[in-house]
Design a binder for this molecule. Structure first.
Ligand code: FE2
Ligand code: FE2
Length: 228
């Protein structure tokens, strides 16, 4: 998003209300007209892509930067014939790597939560532990097998290992023919354009998902707000 566009958005004011505790119907209608333009699915997706692009030049010590690592993981998933959702998950899996390294998978998992199924969500949430199992020899890590095996009963255990072993772990190779971001942009837009919590089938995974989906349903549809 250009600086001019962002400035124009920053200057848009809908509601004159300054305290949510005092909101009236007219404030809600005025606010939603702006909100639906600024925080549309397409624009939110652009912002996620900006986060991904910010990983260019971010190098944690491997021969490729975090940006190329994401692209290469997605390229491997795509060439392995995986579905679009998994390819996008591979692309964005480390988007939070240098925000909170110890639990960075949870950052991508949370951003993608309404748009992906339970298996990919579980993979994102747990992948750091499964990666440590794979690279443990490099650091002589202690007790990693036992840490990982605590999750042995999960139906997603093998899928998480496969994701890490086939797409994540080998994707630090500067000589691999990695596809450019442009190749994946339409896929990212399609995934974030899904009906939140419903298309991906994660609605009934938790009370929280059902509540958030219900909250979204509680708002008037955008068309109704525009004509008010
Ligand atoms: Fe990771
Ligand atoms: Fe990774």
């Amino acid at each position: 998003m250009s600086g001019t566009k962002r400035k124009a958005e920053a200057e848009m004011v809908g509601a004159t209300c300054t305290d949510l505790r005092k909101m009236q119907k007219e404030d809600g209608v005025a606010l939603m007209k702006v909100f639906n333009q600024v925080a549309s699915a397409a624009k939110n997706t652009e912002r996620v892509l900006e986060l991904f692009k910010a990983q260019q030049g971010l190098n944690i010590g491997f021969p490729v930067d975090c940006y190329t690592h994401g692209l290469q993981s997605a390229t491997r998933a795509l060439r392995d014939g995986r579905d679009e959702e998994t390819v996008v998950v591979a692309l964005l899996h480390d988007i939070g790597e240098c925000w909170s390294s110890i639990n960075h998978g949870e950052i991508a998992a949370s951003i993608l939560r309404p748009y992906i199924g339970p298996e990919n969500y579980w993979i994102l949430m747990h992948h750091e532990i499964f990666q440590a199992y794979i690279y443990q020899g490099g650091f002589e890590l202690k007790d990693i097998d036992a840490l990982r095996n605590q999750f042995k009963d999960s139906p997603y255990f093998d899928a998480c290992h496969q994701f890490c072993y086939k797409y994540d772990a080998p994707s630090f190779d500067p000589d691999y023919e990695t596809l450019p971001l442009e190749h994946f942009v339409p896929m990212v837009h399609r995934i974030f354009n899904r009906k939140p919590y419903e298309t991906s089938g994660c609605l009934n995974d938790s009370l929280l998902n059902r509540a958030k989906a219900g909250m979204a349903e509680a708002y008037p549809p955008p068309g109704e707000v525009e004509s008010a």
